[in-house]
Design a protein around this ligand. Sequence first.
Ligand SMILES: Nc1ncnc2c1ncn2[C@@H]1O[C@H](COP(=O)(O)OP(=O)(O)O)[C@@H](O)[C@H]1O
Ligand SMILES: [Mg+2]
Length: 232
Amino acid sequence: MAPQSFSLDPELVGYLSQMANNEQLQQKHLLLGEGLSGKVWEVEGYAIKVYKENYSEKDDFRMLQRLDGHAAFPKLFYADQHMMVTEKVDGVTLAQIRQSGEKLGMDIYQQMERNVEDCYRQGIIADDLHLNNLMLDRQNKVRIVDVGRFEVTSVPQYYRDQLIEDLDGLKYHAGLFSFSSKRKKHRRHRRHSSSSSRKRYYSSSSRRRHYSSSSDHHRRRRRRHRRSYSSS
Ligand SMILES: Nc1ncnc2c1ncn2[C@@H]1O[C@H](COP(=O)(O)OP(=O)(O)O)[C@@H](O)[C@H]1O
Ligand SMILES: [Mg+2]
């Protein structure tokens, strides 16, 4: 990875690397949040994600680079094997809003839907969308802060049903929607019938950067999706 391809002041990078290595961040800086892969701190107006040492997937910056310019995603400033520096989103996670007892409006859901559609059109499947990975900024814009499990595919049409199902799940967790069992059954049937064609995919993550049958992939994704609502 070439550090010169990033736009962050090298002095700040040096400072942050030192802080991240010395675990001093917690003494001086605000913890913005924490997930499975690391902790995110506010330093000098940036969001610094410091990866957990034993966490192997540290390439979420590649997906952010791919999505650069889309307003829903934080701007990327720097990344290396220990940390990633992005624009700090000034706001709260949708999970925090729900925890406070507030209902999320339909307009928020519609924004999420539009963002996911934008990704889809670029051949990117927005996986692992859950309320802790989504924030609402001060301008009431939905921001997607975690793209670590987004996937690049050459066959986006194959993921259409899964995408709609993921969005339904999100709507449900946002408190906007109850599943219709009839609709789900119909989808399950459609997905099943298409899984006989052995299409291939590739993913943004190094762990998943191998070819695999799409039906296996769907099973994994569904399992992960269910888990994700209670994890990072
Ligand atoms: N750019 C950001 N601006 C503000 N807060 C952020 C930002 N990125 C992440 N966070 C906060 O940190 C938490 C964990 O970040 P996330 O990228 O989801 O980590 P993980 O990959 O470990 O799940 C998020 O749920 C959110 O609260
Ligand atoms: Mg997360």
